[in-house]
Design a protein around this ligand. Structure first.
Ligand code: SF4
Length: 722
């Protein structure tokens, strides 16, 4: 838009997976304000503190202070990066990647991308790695966020598709919130819950969480379970439902398989055993099971408390087992509903932008799926060798197996567990490429090549929120400085690499013939034909005219699908849902005499991830102005600690110095630290002796064997006065 021309443009909030619609006000040169989009079905005009301050993150002053505005390179680790042209930077990268692939093979390259990217960005990154370079070493920070939910849905229901929708909140008779402080992490969805409960006083709410969070305080029944005991809780509830004849035998017979094996497992999960294991009262467990089994419509809402765990897939599957056995699925107000952490973790899953996935929910391990994608892309084959997932990828960088790591739109030098190892990996890499909007992230410090990217209010494309709803938006502002769109950088680089690799000499077409995002979208759309998420009918034009739509939306459809599996048919080989025999495993690192506290981590209300954006808004610090470790008053008194005393919080991997604060919400023997604060806010040291690295200096890299999602939620620590 011309300078001075006032515009209002519809977009989405770039923070959480609720996917709220925002109207962005601009004068053509800067964003002058934001307000909730009253027509967007995710929020109907509401915004939380983060969304309503988005315009403050896009001020011209901040652009100069924190944004990466031109490409930078360095040729020696001890040198400063110097400003470079796009031409020379991308030529250098194409030459370096080509030579490395020739010398060490395609698996010497790794891409670590982000659930903050738009679907179109994700699509071309995936094609670059798997289609052109020939490596499946592409994973994303969604691995730290949703991969256990993906594996849980696929193992039980046959596809990575959340069955319910937001409207189910109003239709439910029971809300079962587990491992989610929804009031903080998904605030606008929580407003909807509050409103639904006001309108329907019969709508009950159970919350299971190790902490008495703001969400838990509102519950009719709060289950303060010990960290990591969710599988025992769900199996115990199923045990009681079986005992009290609250399961739906007809539904189990007609629409599922594998119940007998699960039944023999849950027989051992007696109320006494489960109450002891979970640290809750037996009568509360029985009440929870009865409410769930007797409810006309029970809706579970869950997030990282289930996902970020070394048994994350089992936790997801055990909860879905409970829904299947009691027929709390495929009907209004019922179902297992995973809340997406990031704004477009769903879109990334849809294009298959992870090490074990392929386009349109296809599986890398499936030869037919690989052949289908190879045909779609016009290449001989997609490599069969599984790619490295997030933790594995940085380990491969550390050991030298991966020589070049290309990181886009994410900050692993703060967000990955066991930071000392991640930073060692970044120091050892032959070449670190960081594609980022912000030059201030901890990861940008390690970049040999910094590629400046556009961000919120500057980009065009689509995102998918937690309820499978796709929103398209257009840019409001011009690209700042020399920043480019993520997809543009990828295809500009890819075309240069194609020339070096000889593609085109034999008459083959470029794999990246796109002139704009719509062509990328259309190719992605076509890849979904006949799949569970078929969006062949969802053109940019329809998204523009009819607004955000849910998938599936196949060709010929006039609207998307609100709710899945209402016909009782599941996308498995037999058409039946599968019970998974889930067995409780304790947390990886139990508290012991040396490290007596169980540390959990989580979101604060007004901050987002590593604070690269929210950390630029002063008013977002009014809720929590500095990091702290929260402990029970009892533990603090026993250790002669007073509020504000500085303490060392130490795990086997690192240490932090933080003020301690007494909290009535935490049980004795447990502690909590907000996940957002990085090394600029916290002093301490990782085991590598290089700075504090934020809370993830303490966390453990052990991961779920199925989803490969690390156990960021729990570590054993000791806490001593500084
Ligand atoms: Fe943004 Fe999430 Fe808040 Fe909505 S609830 S405004 S998407 S942070």
């Amino acid at each position: 838009p011309a300078a001075g021309a006032r515009t209002e443009t519809k977009a989405t909030c770039c923070y959480c997976g609720v996917g709220c619609g925002v109207i962005v006000e601009s004068d053509g040169q800067q964003v002058t304000g934001v307000r909730g989009d009253p027509d967007h079905p995710a929020n109907f005009g509401r915004l939380c503190t983060k969304g309503s301050t988005l315009h403050l993150t896009a001020s011209p002053v901040l652009q100069q202070q924190v944004r990466a505005l031109h490409p930078e390179m360095r040729f020696r680790r001890d040198a400063r990066r110097e400003r470079a042209s796009w031409e020379s930077t991308l030529d250098y990268l194409a030459r370096h990647v080509d030579e490395t692939v020739r010398r060490h093979g395609p698996d010497s390259i790794g891409f670590y991308i982000s659930g903050q990217l738009l679907t179109e960005d994700y699509y071309v990154f995936n094609k670059l790695a798997k289609g052109l370079i020939g490596t499946n070493n592409i994973d994303t920070n969604s691995r730290l966020c949703m991969s256990s939910a993906v594996a849980g849905y696929k193992q039980t229901l046959g596809a990575d598709a959340p069955p319910p929708c937001y409207e189910d909140i109003e239709q439910a008779q029971l809300l079962f919130i587990v491992g989610s402080n929804t009031a903080y992490a998904h605030p606008i969805l929580y407003r909807r819950i509050e409103e639904a409960r006001r309108k329907n006083p019969a709508l009950k709410m159970i919350v299971a969480d190790p902490r008495r969070t703001d969400t838990a305080r509102d519950a009719d029944l709060f289950l303060p379970i010990l960290p990591g005991t969710d599988v025992a809780l769900f199996n115990g509830m199923l045990h009681i439902c079986l005992w009290e004849d609250l399961v739906d035998a007809e539904y189990i017979d007609s629409h599922t398989e594998g119940f007998a094996e699960l039944k023999s497992i849950v027989r051992d999960y007696t109320p006494k055993f489960v109450a002891e294991t979970c640290g809750i009262r037996e009568e509360d467990l029985v009440t929870a099971a009865r409410w769930f089994g007797q409810s006309k419509a029970a809706l579970s809402l869950y997030c990282q408390g289930l996902n970020q765990s070394a048994s994350g897939t089992a936790k997801n599957a055990a909860l879905i087992n409970l829904h299947l056995a009691t027929h709390q699925i495929g009907k209004p107000g019922a179902g297992p509903f995973s809340l997406t952490g990031q704004p477009n973790a769903m879109g990334g899953r849809e294009v298959g932008g992870m090490a074990n996935l392929l386009s349109a929910h296809r599986d890398l391990a499936n030869p037919e799926h690989r052949a289908e994608v190879a045909r779609l892309w016009g290449i001989d084959e997609v490599p069969a060798k599984p790619g490295k997932t997030a933790v594995e990828m940085f380990e491969a960088v550390r050991t030298g197996e991966i020589k070049i790591i290309w990181i886009a739109c994410t900050n692993p030098a703060q967000s990955m567990p066991e930071q000392a190892l991640i930073r060692e990996a970044l120091r050892h890499a032959e070449l670190v490429i960081v594609q980022e909007a912000y030059k201030t992230t901890a990861t940008a410090d390690y970049a040999d090549v910094l590629l400046p990217a556009t961000t919120w209010s500057e980009k065009e494309g689509t995102v998918t929120n937690s309820e499978r709803r796709i929103t398209r938006f257009k840019p409001v502002l011009p690209k700042p400085g020399e920043a480019r769109h993520d997809w543009e950088m990828v295809i500009d680089f890819a075309r240069r690499l194609e020339v070096r690799m000889g593609r085109g000499r034999d008459g083959t077409r470029s794999l990246f013939p796109y002139e704009g995002v719509e062509q990328i979208w259309n190719e992605h759309r076509e890849s979904t034909r006949g799949r569970d998420l078929d969006i062949t009918g969802l053109t940019y034009q329809i998204l523009e005219q009819q607004g955000p739509q849910q998938w599936p939306f196949p060709e010929g459809a006039t609207e998307g699908s609100k709710r899945l599996y209402e016909d009782g048919v599941f996308p498995t080989a037999s058409g039946r849902a599968r019970f998974v025999p889930t067995v409780y495993q304790p947390v990886v690192e139990k508290a012991d005499a040396r490290f007596p506290f169980g540390l959990t981590t989580g979101r604060l209300r007004d901050q987002w991830h590593g604070m690269s954006r929210t950390g630029t808004v002063a008013q977002l610090f009014s809720h929590a102005s500095e990091p702290a470790v929260l402990m029970s008053r009892q533990d603090m008194e026993r250790r002669m600690m007073a509020d504000g005393d500085l303490v060392h919080v130490t795990s086997r991997r690192g240490s932090q110095i933080l003020p301690a604060l007494a909290s009535e919400d935490i049980r004795a023997g447990q502690a909590f630290i907000g996940m957002h604060w990085g090394e600029e806010y916290v002093s301490g040291r990782g085991n590598d002796g290089n700075g504090s690295h934020g809370v993830n200096a303490l966390t453990v890299a052990a991961y779920c064997p199925s989803s490969k999602q690390p156990e960021l939620k729990h570590a054993a620590v000791k806490i001593l006065k500084a």
